[in-house]
Structures are given as structure tokens and as C-alpha cells.
Design a binder for this molecule. Structure first.
Ligand code: PHE
Length: 451
């Protein structure tokens, strides 16, 4: 039996969990969702989802992980063997594989953009139209995109083979503070651009007439994706936690930093987008790849700055992708007794092959672009696994803790070493018993009725 990994300190755990949370979801996907769903009203709905639904479920995942010291499947095998609740584990593992597969494709794009910026590809390109063309032809180039996807997956593999402390923890500690500093610089430049106020208005002035069931579902899905919830990443990371850490403080830090980074990303993108012109806020998957290169041309030392930014984006993606990989790897190690090395290579290889259709879904291959139900393969998988499955996972996890495990047991684990204040017990209990399941259920029913 191999010894199970453990974090070196509470700070290390928070950085690793924040590393998992902060990723392409914040910098790439959050602005896309804001753009598609009408700007500021979406941002407000999103905040409510994070703190009313996301935070209690994150606490729930940490608790499940730490009590059982197991992965997403193992945790339920220990607590309720041979019960239908195992579906949460199956769903979690499946989502881990699938999300990793397309996440790595987009992360590959950021690697490509890092290299292009270094080479000075964007120096002469100043209009939004032109950067759009460059982006479109880049993602149509199948072999390049697949090559970058492979390169990124190899990076994940190298980190995760190092294990919990020497791999995941060490890298997150260095890379997360760096990402934050650069993002801040970028925001300062963006909000001082000409016409930045138009972008700020789009981003910060809510228009509630645009809020529909779809907006709320998108916000909920985005909250789950961004906080890495609903598929066991936080169960797995919580399982490497010692009994003396304060779970609530950790969860609060992760939610706050994750939300702050997403908010800052929007603050960098929308002023730049309106200032550059020629790009719609609804531009979709390519948003940051089209807006940012144009922005960098307006900045002194823009090329160096741009390269550094895309590099950090790769890093943010890396600290998230390793948690997706670890969810599946931990299962093979804990429950099937595999060696870490074998498990990592196996999972990474499968996720690589699974990602190929996504890599080809923007023009690389006709069938992948046509996709399913009018959506390209990548967008389709993101909808089913990145939005829907995570939200369903969150619903099942809250029901499991509130009604199968029972709040008394869960509260005992949450309040182990540190005594919890009574408002926290109250909030968490009712959030898991009522707020989370009811709000998610209403949303699903609304969706089915309006579909
Ligand atoms: N939270 C990550 C991001 O924002 C993505 C992710 C989702 C990671 C689910 C792990 C689990 O990019």
C-alpha cells in the first residue's frame, strides 16, 4: 500500500484549491458568459450563485474528502457502499475525463498564443478584424492544435506524477501569486484606454430585463465550473487535508479569490473590447484571443507583456487541469491499487485521445465542426459536462450530505478542531437542505419546460 499524500500546510492547501478553481474558467469562460448573457445583470446573478450555492457545496466537498480520505468514487464507497449514491462518483470521474479532454485543447491555444506573441506575430496587427482572422485560421489548423493539446497534456502529466506535495503544491505556490500580479497590471492598462467607459458600463450596469431562466442556469453552471465543484475535485483535494485545518476559512478564501480573479478578467477584457472596436461582446470561444492581442499593441512593451500574460494563462490552466487529472488518478490509486505513475499515464493518454474531436471542432474537421445539435463538439461537451453535469453533481452532493449522511455527522467533521459559530452551522445546514437543492431543481424544471 502506498502512503497517501498530504498538503504541507493550510496555505499550501488554499493555494492548490484556488489553483484548481482559478483557471480558464475565470479568464477565458467568465467574460464569454458575461458577453453572451447580457453583461452586468449576469455578474450579479453569478455572485449570488457563488456565495449561496457554491460556497456551501465546496464546504460539503471538503468535508466528504477529509472524513473519508478518499477520491470522488471512494468517498461514496466508504460512506454508502452499494447504494445509488455511487452515481455521484461515476458522474465525477466521467466529467473529469471529458472536461480535461477539451480543457487541454483550449489550454493548448493559450500555449500557441504565448509562442506567437513571443515571435511578434501580432505586432503589425492593430484592428479587431485582423486579430479575429488570425485566430480563426489558427484554430482551424488541426495538426498544430492537436500538437499543442498533446504538449499541454504532457505538462500536466509531469506535474501530477510528482505527487501531492512535490508536484501540485510546489507549482501552485509559485505560480498563483504571479498570475494575480500580472492580471492587476493588465486591468490598470485596460481601464485607462480611450472609450473604456463604454465597456465598463456594459460590464457593471445591470439590465435586469435580460435575466431569464437561461441566464440563471448559465450563471449557476459557470459558478460550478469556476469553483471546480460538482465533480469531486474538491473532495479529492480535501482528502489530502489534515484534521486540524479550518475548512470554512479555506473555502471562503477559495471562493473570494476565484471570484476576484474572474471579476478582474472582465475588467481587463470589456474596456479593451469596446476601446478596440470591431468585436462583439458575444464573440464566444475566441473572445480573449481576439481582444487581448489587439490590446497589447496599445501598451508600451506590449509584446513582452502579452507573452507574459499568455504564459500565465497557461499556468492558470495548468493548476486547474492537474486537479481534473488528479480526480481520476486518485481513483485508480485508492480503489484499484495502481501505482501513481501508471495511473497518470493512463488517464492522460485517454484524455488526450478524447480531446482530438474537440481540437478539430473549429474547422479542423467537418464532422467535428458540425458537431451535435448544431454545436461544435467542444461547445457541446462544455454544455453537457462543463455546465449540466457539474450542476447535477452539485445537486446530488447537497442531497447526499443533507439527507443520506445527515447534517449532524457532516457538522461534526466541519467543526472538528475549530468550533464553528452558530450562524455558520445554521447557514450551512439550510443551504444544503433547502437552498441548493431547491434552486437547482427549479432551474432544471424550468429548463425542461422551456426546452
Ligand atoms: N475551475 C477550473 C477553471 O475555472 C476548471 C475546473 C472545473 C477544474 C472542474 C476542475 C474541475 O478553469
Amino acid at each position: 500500500m502506498q502512503a497517501r499524500g498530504q498538503w504541507g500546510s493550510q496555505l499550501a492547501f488554499i493555494l492548490a484549491a484556488a489553483g484548481s478553481a482559478i483557471g480558464l474558467g475565470n479568464i477565458w469562460r467568465f467574460p464569454i458568459e458575461v458577453g453572451r448573457n447580457g453583461g452586468a445583470a449576469f455578474v450579479l446573478v453569478y455572485l449570488v450563485c457563488v456565495f449561496l450555492v457554491g460556497l456551501p457545496i465546496m464546504l460539503g466537498e471538503f468535508t466528504l474528502g477529509r472524513t473519508t480520505q478518499k477520491n470522488v468514487m471512494g468517498a461514496f464507497l466508504v460512506l454508502k457502499p452499494h447504494s445509488p449514491w455511487l452515481i455521484i462518483g461515476v458522474l465525477g470521474l466521467l466529467s473529469g475525463f471529458v472536461i480535461l479532454s477539451y480543457y487541454s485543447v483550449v489550454a493548448g491555444w493559450t500555449m500557441g498564443y504565448f509562442i506567437k506573441t513571443l515571435q511578434g506575430t501580432f505586432v503589425q496587427v492593430s484592428s479587431g478584424e485582423a486579430t479575429k482572422k488570425l485566430f480563426t485560421s489558427f484554430i482551424q489548423d488541426g495538426p498544430t492544435v492537436i500538437g499543442l493539446h498533446l504538449g499541454f497534456m504532457a505538462l500536466c502529466l509531469l506535474v501530477v506524477i510528482g505527487g501531492v506535495q512535490k508536484g501540485i503544491e510546489r507549482w501552485c505556490k509559485i505560480l498563483m501569486p504571479l498570475l494575480f500580479g500580472l492580471l492587476l497590471l493588465l486591468v490598470i492598462r485596460a481601464v485607462t484606454l480611450p472609450h473604456a467607459t463604454k465597456g465598463l458600463a456594459f460590464y457593471l450596469k445591470p439590465d435586469f430585463s435580460r435575466v431569464t431562466g437561461k441566464t440563471i442556469l448559465a450563471a449557476m453552471g459557470q459558478a460550478f465550473f469556476s469553483l471546480s465543484l460538482g465533480m469531486g475535485a474538491m473532495i479529492t483535494y480535501g482528502s489530502y487535508l489534515s484534521k486540524k485545518e479550518n475548512l470554512f476559512r479555506s473555502a471562503l478564501w477559495v471562493c473570494l479569490t476565484d471570484t476576484l480573479v474572474a471579476f478582474l478578467a472582465g475588467l481587463a477584457i470589456f474596456p479593451a473590447l469596446f476601446s478596440v472596436g470591431g468585436i462583439e461582446p458575444q464573440a464566444g470561444a475566441g473572445l480573449i484571443f481576439i481582444v487581448l492581442p489587439t490590446l497589447f499593441n496599445h501598451i508600451p512593451l506590449g509584446q513582452a507583456f502579452g507573452a507574459a500574460f499568455f504564459l500565465l494563462l497557461v499556468i492558470a490552466a495548468l493548476t486547474s487541469a492537474i486537479s481534473l487529472l488528479e480526480v481520476c488518478v486518485a481513483y485508480f490509486i485508492d480503489d484499484l491499487g495502481w501505482q501513481r505513475k501508471k495511473a497518470v499515464v493512463f488517464v492522460a493518454l485517454i484524455a488526450f485521445f478524447l480531446g482530438i474531436p474537440s481540437a478539430l471542432s473549429f474547422g479542423g474537421a467537418h464532422w467535428a465542426t458540425r458537431g451535435i445539435g448544431g454545436k461544435g463538439i467542444l461547445d457541446f461537451l462544455d454544455l453537457i459536462f462543463g455546465h449540466f453535469a457539474l450542476t447535477l453533481g452539485g445537486l446530488l452532493i447537497s442531497l447526499f450530505i443533507a439527507y443520506a449522511l445527515g447534517m449532524p455527522k457532516a457538522l461534526k467533521e466541519l467543526c472538528l478542531e475549530t468550533s464553528c459559530p452558530s450562524w455558520l452551522r445554521f447557514f450551512w445546514t439550510w443551504a444544503l437542505r433547502v437552498i441548493c437543492p431547491v434552486s437547482i431543481l427549479i432551474l432544471f424544471i424550468h429548463l425542461i419546460l422551456t426546452a
